[in-house]
Design a protein around this ligand. Structure first.
Ligand code: FRU
Length: 718
């Protein structure tokens, strides 16, 4: 850094000697190399009596300065304040160049240029740098308009909190514009909001910058973004409807000079590229995805007034995980979803991690304002430390208010998180399961959703995060319920819960064997007339690359119905895709009962993109039966009684010499169910657009189709 900068100065000299451009040599204003501040006036204590020689006591490593000395107002830490004022000097070159670091507080940690008694230029430090270092960076002002005038520099430290100091070095007048990337800090762009969306240019993989959006000096949003300085990969949108008719100030912490990252932020009636949304080549056609950006865990699954709510962990501004907010979508049938505005944004307590939602029918929390009960969400605010917070909605989940006395449950240990709340009718109270750390969870109760009491600690070997703890009838008998506790990987135990103590009666089992299933949640408040236990998992993609090149990343798994059924090994959860998925069926191909042999393909002639397949196949003399789904084989090994797909395997015992399979083929996944609900194999794989066929063959002997239906499916986005 030091040598690079001096080289820049000498190359300017060389240029002018050679007469390539009629530029005057650089003039050093101040290099802060002396044993005192010379003619500079020193006020306050923050600047000490002399330039610093590098990092000061208790400071993070300061680098990027030139020579041995620099201005560093960390004397006495961030609390100290002060001011340095230069002697007057004449502006004799077109640019004033310097190095700057430290606090990014406008007017408070900055260097000012004063001409005719007025501050005409001001630059702050950047605040934190990537990696946390205190790295001084080059900055420059175009001062051509002041040529010949007298000027004064002020280096100001008027801030006392975090980053309450300023670093400056190597102030030079130059006619040569610094072509090295010069960073501008806290650059602003004002927009009078007349349209519902503000669009931000994103370049995947670019350095993260911090954007803050303010209305009337109040920060209303802030987030990290891989801002594109030029041509973006895609445009992220910010829902600007709440700021309609107001001036918003969009500020970015730093921007290379010449970047269009901020100036290109604009407003539109529709999100940019909306005509293509849901038609992209890899867009899942009946698995929920967000229009733009990243999603992970389903959150706040609750049914209310004809709507299934699906909230989800969401980064609206990036293709990767970050800026955790609660995205929101609703559906009347669990199949066709409508994305709504983000429901919960990060706040002073932290980003919005996973949690659940309930209908507070008895207004136990007192949040209800109208005649309908309030929806109440309980979630983790992932700040320092992680705590559990509440928010409520009195308008069917459309807008949410954070409870003003958050948090309702303080920090317990580590990154305690993911509260899942259920109603415990026998005692008219709420019960909540919470992830603590390692394989440790805890169960709590509350009368009002606000005051929580710990009932017990609970260890679930083999799993972590995102608990579900709920009651479910055994063999459909609502008078004979059991409680199920499961973690993010779907490891579960079944037992009895008396409202105070959960006693498992099975060993841990796995609910699924696929490669894209995590952090699922069961719905709250499914009406008794329906009575189903409906679960939605995050379809976590095994390698994060499947949707590379798309403007969205990750998907939800298909909603499934859970039932608990007795078996010789104790109660077992069974899984079936929800019946509503049948509404996607288009053409039906009914394949006649016939032998399955090695050479002929009874499915030849069927071509398509999206399929549902229901098959019952008698094994007969076959050793292996293969159902090839658009190029991805699903193979049943008769001797091993195992079904395998890609690198996953699941047990599938024949029933009376037959196996049954129920498969959904979407653009980036195969969801496989079977064995009357004991087989659950959700698989992610980007299917090749060239392979649109299906194949059924047997090896080592013949099998026989007992029944086989193939349905072409419609997209749920139509
Ligand atoms: C699970 C998880 C949760 C957490 C959330 C953050 O995928 O790590 O434990 O709340 O994701 O996005």
């Amino acid at each position: 850094m030091k040598t690079k900068h001096l080289a820049a100065i000498s190359s300017v000299l060389a240029f002018s000697i050679l007469g390539v451009r009629a530029q005057l040599p650089n003039l050093v204003v101040e290099r802060f190399e002396g044993s005192n501040y010379g003619a500079w006036k020193v006020e306050g204590s923050a600047f000490g009596k002399a330039p610093a020689r590098g990092t000061l006591p208790n400071q993070m490593t300061v680098d990027g300065f030139d020579g041995n000395g620099l201005v560093d107002s960390f004397n006495g830490g961030d609390a100290a304040t002060g001011k340095l004022t230069s002697p007057p000097f004449k502006v004799e070159r077109k640019y004033l160049q310097f190095l700057i670091g430290g606090g990014g507080w406008e007017g408070k940690t900055c260097m000012n240029l004063v001409v005719d008694g007025k501050i005409v230029r001001s630059t702050t430090g950047p605040n934190t740098q990537p990696g946390g270092s205190e790295h001084l960076q080059p900055a420059q002002w175009d001062v051509a308009e002041f040529l010949g005038k007298e000027a004064v520099l002020q280096i100001v430290d008027d801030a006392t909190g975090g980053w309450g100091h300023i670093n400056v070095d190597q102030i030079v007048q130059s006619d040569q514009r610094n072509s090295a990337p010069v960073t501008r800090f806290n650059v602003k762009h004002e927009i009078f909001v007349e349209k519902p969306y503000l669009n931000f240019p994103v370049k995947n993989g670019a350095a993260k910058r911090r954007i803050t959006v303010s209305v009337n000096d109040n920060e209303v949003r802030d987030f990290d973004i891989e801002l594109a300085d030029g041509q973006p990969d895609w445009w992220a949108f910010l829902d600007a409807a709440p700021f309609h008719g107001q001036i918003v100030t969009v500020k970015v912490d730093q921007l290379p000079e010449g970047s269009t990252g901020l100036s290109s932020v604009d407003q539109t009636d529709e999100i940019k590229g909306s005509a293509d949304v849901y038609h992209e080549s890899l867009r899942p056609q009946f698995h929920f995805t967000s229009r733009r950006g990243w999603l992970n865990d389903p959150n706040g699954l609750v049914y209310f007034k004809g709507e299934y709510h699906l909230f989800y962990q969401h980064n609206p501004y990036g293709w990767n995980w970050g800026n955790m907010s609660w995205g929101h979508a609703v559906s009347q049938d669990l199949v066709h979803w409508k994305e709504l505005p983000v429901a919960l944004y990060p706040d002073q307590h932290g980003t919005m991690f996973s949690g659940s939602a309930v209908v507070d029918w008895k207004n136990t929390a007192g949040f209800q304002t109208g005649k309908d009960p309030a929806l109440v969400a309980m979630f983790t605010a992932a700040g320092r430390p992680f705590t559990q917070d509440l928010a409520f909605s009195n308008d069917r989940g459309r807008t949410w208010t954070k409870y003003e006395q958050n948090p309702v449950l303080g920090h317990i240990v580590a990154e305690n998180r993911d509260p899942k709340v259920v109603w415990f009718a026998p005692e008219s109270k709420w019960v909540m399961s919470l992830y603590l750390d390692h394989n440790d969870y805890a169960i709590f109760d509350s009368k009002d959703l606000k005051a929580w009491r710990k009932l017990q600690d609970f260890k679930l070997e083999g799993d972590a995060e995102c608990p579900n703890f709920f009651s479910i009838p055994l063999d459909g008998d609502t008078k004979n319920v059991r409680w199920v506790f499961f973690g993010a990987n779907g490891v579960y135990v079944v037992g009895e819960f008396d409202g105070h103590q959960f006693t498992p009666e099975t060993r841990p089992r796995r609910l699924q064997d696929g490669n894209c299933w995590y952090a699922s949640q069961v719905y709250s408040d499914i009406p008794a007339s329906d009575g189903r236990c409906i679960l939605v998992p995050w379809g976590r993609l095994p390698d994060g690359e499947i949707f590379r090149g798309m403007t969205f990343n990750q998907m939800m798994g298909l909603p499934v119905e859970l039932t608990l059924q007795s078996s010789a090994a104790g109660p077992v959860l069974h899984v079936e895709p929800v019946r509503e998925l049948a509404s996607l069926r288009a053409a039906e191909h009914d394949i006649k009962p016939q032998p399955v042999i090695a050479k002929t393909n009874p499915l030849a002639g069927i071509q398509g993109d999206l399929f549902e397949i229901k098959a019952e196949i008698a094994i007969s003399s076959a050793q292996e039966i293969t159902l090839d789904l658009r190029g991805v084989p699903l193979t049943y090994d008769v001797a091993a009684q195992k079904l395998s797909c890609l690198n996953c395997q699941a047990r599938l015992a024949p029933n009376n010499g037959k196996i049954s399979l129920h498969v959904f083929v979407d653009r980036a996944s195969l969801d496989v169910y079977g064995g009357d609900g004991t087989l659950y194999l959700p698989m992610a794989k980007a299917l090749s657009p060239e392979n649109r066929g299906l194949k059924l063959t047997s090896q080592g002997g013949d099998a026989r189709i007992v029944s086989l239906k193939v349905y072409d499916l419609n997209s749920s986005w139509q």
